[in-house]
Ligand binder design. Structure first.
Ligand SMILES: NC(=O)c1ccc[n+]([C@@H]2O[C@H](COP(=O)([O-])OP(=O)(O)OC[C@H]3O[C@@H](n4cnc5c(N)ncnc54)[C@H](OP(=O)(O)O)[C@@H]3O)[C@@H](O)[C@H]2O)c1
Length: 346
């Protein structure tokens, strides 16, 4: 039986920066409804999105105050009487948009984000509708599994959601954050080539160990898009770009992309006001597509691939405790991490 109270982090506002994160030690644990599942959360992970919610920079629906965090994994400890898909003891991971089950995202599903509109995962016990959970990969521990909810699924959606990646194609990933590293791992598992960028020589070495075929330092080589193109067969360009830095990188991504290639617009780490013309996709004969995480059906495909290829998400060496979550936010904001920032929940 779970206790009646628990520890959790609540995002209380958009105007107090990280001071808006409040740690509660006696928050109530909800009861399980007919179609609901109670999870003892053992792992969580942070996303850039979690950091920009209390900073007031997040452009998608919010309903504050809310328990923070979208990414969580743990063990089922109770199920409602009408639950059919999960039993006590199952290992599960959260779905980012709880209402996005399959197909394209719609407005209703976009308003079901954990840690934004609905209470999230920075707590000890979570009660979720059964459709809001996915069976966790058998080869991963709880913190590793928790990283799949947002960054993992977004990368998978970029590579498979519109124009599925094929063996032999080339994928360009930017930087060494969660989305980019998943992109690298998924692309290598698919038999694709990977060109990765980073600002750091030390991180470049890790990227090579993870299988990157080429690494370009984007600080030393401001024309890295052209450089990437020149590294592709026939210098025709890359098939996919996982674009995470927005205004800071799109010009170079356009230089790298192949005719009929796909640039997935995922993030805006480098700013939100690009200087390029909206007509560029015509000049470059490419597709520029906005991606918003992904549906449960795609998450299940991703998990099957993770198990089949024994892919282990790259979790930064510094793993935080639930009580230290604010420090984890600060660590990630300072860009001290490589891959995902993990949180262990006792
Ligand atoms: N659309 C969606 O559904 C969705 C889902 C997940 C994430 N996102 C967004 O995607 C972005 C990346 O998320 P994340 O969790 O992977 O972030 P992250 O872990 O914070 O990524 C940080 C890394 O990105 C690289 N980077 C930062 N600024 C850069 C720049 N101007 N140019 C090139 N690289 C840069 C750096 O790599 P180096 O240190 O190696 O240089 C940095 O360490 C965020 O904007 C996030 O909000 C969107």
């Amino acid at each position: 039986m779970p206790p009646s109270t628990q520890k959790q982090w609540v995002v209380t506002g958009k105007d107090k920066d990280f001071d808006g994160l409040v740690f509660q030690t006696d928050a109530p644990v909800s009861q399980v409804g007919e179609y609901e599942v109670m999870v003892k959360l053992h792992g969580a992970s942070l996303n850039y999105r979690d950091l920009i919610i209390p900073k007031g920079l997040y452009p998608f629906p919010l309903d504050l105050p809310v328990v923070g965090g979208s990414d969580g994994a743990g063990e089922v400890i109770a199920v409602g009487p009408k639950v059919t898909k999960f039993s006590v003891g199952d290992k599960v991971v959260t779905l980012f948009n709880q209402g996005h089950q399959f197909g394209p995202v719609d407005v209703a599903a976009s308003k079901t984000g954990l840690g934004g509109v609905l209470d999230g995962t920075l707590r000890q016990y979570g009660v979720f509708p059964e459709q809001g959970l996915v069976r966790a990969p058998q080869n991963l521990n709880h913190v590793e599994a928790a990283t799949l909810t947002c960054a993992g699924l977004t990368s998978w959606n970029a590579l498979y959601g519109l124009k599925p990646l094929k063996p032999g194609e080339t994928v360009l990933v930017q930087g060494t954050g969660g989305v980019a590293i998943f992109g690298l791992q998924f692309a290598k598992a698919a038999g694709a080539r990977v060109i990765a960028t980073t600002s750091s020589a030390a991180k470049a070495e890790i990227l090579k160990k993870l299988g990157a075929d080429h690494v370009i330092n984007y600080r030393e080589d401001p024309n890295w898009g052209e450089t990437a193109r020149n590294l592709t067969p026939g210098k025709e360009g890359v098939d996919h770009v996982l674009e995470v830095a927005g205004a800071g990188t799109i010009t170079q991504s356009l230089r790298a992309i192949k005719y009929e290639g796909v640039i997935s617009i995922i993030g805006f780490l480098g700013g939100v006001e690009p200087k390029d013309s909206i007509l560029e996709p015509l000049m470059r004969i490419c597709t520029i597509r906005g991606v918003y995480v992904g549906p449960k059906s795609m998450m299940q495909d991703m998990i099957a691939a993770i198990e089949a290829n024994d892919i282990h998400p790259v979790v930064d060496q510094r793993v935080f405790k639930l009580e230290e979550a604010r420090q984890a936010y600060e660590y990630m904001w300072a860009k001290k991490h490589f891959g995902k920032v993990g949180i262990k929940i006792e």
